[in-house]
Design a protein around this ligand. Structure first.
Ligand SMILES: Cc1cc2nc3c(=O)[nH]c(=O)nc-3n(C[C@H](O)[C@H](O)[C@H](O)COP(=O)(O)OP(=O)(O)OC[C@H]3O[C@@H](n4cnc5c(N)ncnc54)[C@H](O)[C@@H]3O)c2cc1C
Ligand code: FES
Length: 284
């Protein structure tokens, strides 16, 4: 929290652009209405906001743009129910309320000087895009970078076109972009699950930080493959989703773990290290 001491402050934001990404998923670009907030509001890759729709309620959504873009931010939103359905009706010029940023975010300062491997499955590319864009904006701070973006079908690969457009230039900058699908016979590119492409990354396992995001069922296989390929478990981070209400550690909706070892996803996370994940029952 950096603009004010009040953790519940609600900022008025204007929708500037709406893009259709894949079926039921839109990317929205927002700008803060108040110029002082626009100037002072900052966030870290991996943090989230509570996006509020008047008279309906609010939903936690990961920031998916680079924190380097002052005054603006992007959210990638899948239509899943009451509030997100209404968000999908927003048009440029409409207003919403935003609280945050909340959560710990990825420890990007610790990542500096190391290689970076980002592994996304499905909508998991949304929070990882923020880390990726941050690393691109601060290219000199990181070593080699690989992004593995995976989905079932070519037309459900999130940010497919954006990543495709960057691929050739990126390779010259030692950034490798791998997009792979599991169930699309018409897809001309790479096939297989994300973990099957870890061996194609340009990263050195001994000096790489890994960020993973995807549905719960992918984690075990991804972790096993990383460890088998000599990636250091202490440098593996995951960002998680949970039903949330307050977003600031007050309501208890997002708790995981046991009565003696509790984790609040909203304030202890949503980014957790590998050892937190394996030692906290119910975290994934
Ligand atoms: C830290 C965090 C970051 C998130 N980032 C994103 C993001 O970048 N983009 C995005 O599209 N969504 C994200 N989500 C999920 C998003 O918050 C939910 O989809 C949203 O709250 C659903 O609200 P609704 O009113 O539209 O749906 P509801 O009407 O409340 O629910 C509709 C259906 O969605 C399920 N659902 C609701 N919330 C969640 C949840 N948190 N996880 C899994 N299933 C859920 C319900 O069980 C129900 O089946 C994030 C959640 C968290 C906690
Ligand atoms: S969402 Fe209220 S405590 Fe985490």
């Amino acid at each position: 929290m950096n603009t004010t001491e009040n953790i519940y402050s609600l900022y008025k934001c204007r929708v500037l652009r709406v893009y259709d990404l894949i079926e039921d998923v839109k990317l929205l670009l927002f700008r803060f209405e108040n110029p002082d907030i626009a100037e002072s509001w900052t966030c870290k890759p991996g943090q989230f906001v509570q996006l509020s729709m008047p008279a309906l309620g609010e939903v936690p959504i990961s920031i998916c743009s680079s924190p380097m873009r002052r005054g603006f931010f992007e959210l990638c939103i899948k239509k899943t129910g009451r509030v997100t359905d209404k968000i999908h009706e927003l048009k440029p010029g409409d207003f919403v309320g935003v609280r945050g940023p909340y959560g710990n975010g990825f420890p990007v300062d610790e990542f500096e000087g190391s290689d970076l491997l980002l592994i996304a499955a499905g909508i998991g590319m949304a929070p990882l895009r923020s880390v990726f864009m941050y690393a691109v904006d601060n290219r000199w701070k990181f070593g080699n970078i690989t992004v593995i973006n995976s989905a079932k079908f070519g037309n459900t690969l999130l940010f497919r076109k954006e990543l495709e457009a960057m691929r050739d230039v990126a390779e010259a900058e030692n950034i490798r972009i791998i997009q792979t699908v599991t169930r699309d016979p018409d897809w001309p590119g790479r096939v297989g699950r994300a973990q099957e492409h870890i061996k194609h990354a340009n990263t050195d396992p001994e000096k790489t930080y890994v960020c993973v995001c995807g549905p719960p069922q992918v984690y075990e296989d991804v972790f096993n493959t990383l460890i088998k390929n000599n990636y250091d478990p202490r440098k593996i981070y995951v960002t998680l989703e949970r039903r949330m209400k307050c977003g600031v550690g007050k309501c208890g909706h997002c708790i995981a773990g046991t009565s003696t070892f509790l984790k609040y996803i909203c304030i202890d996370g949503p980014v957790f290290g590998y050892y937190d994940i394996i030692s906290t029952p119910g975290l994934i």
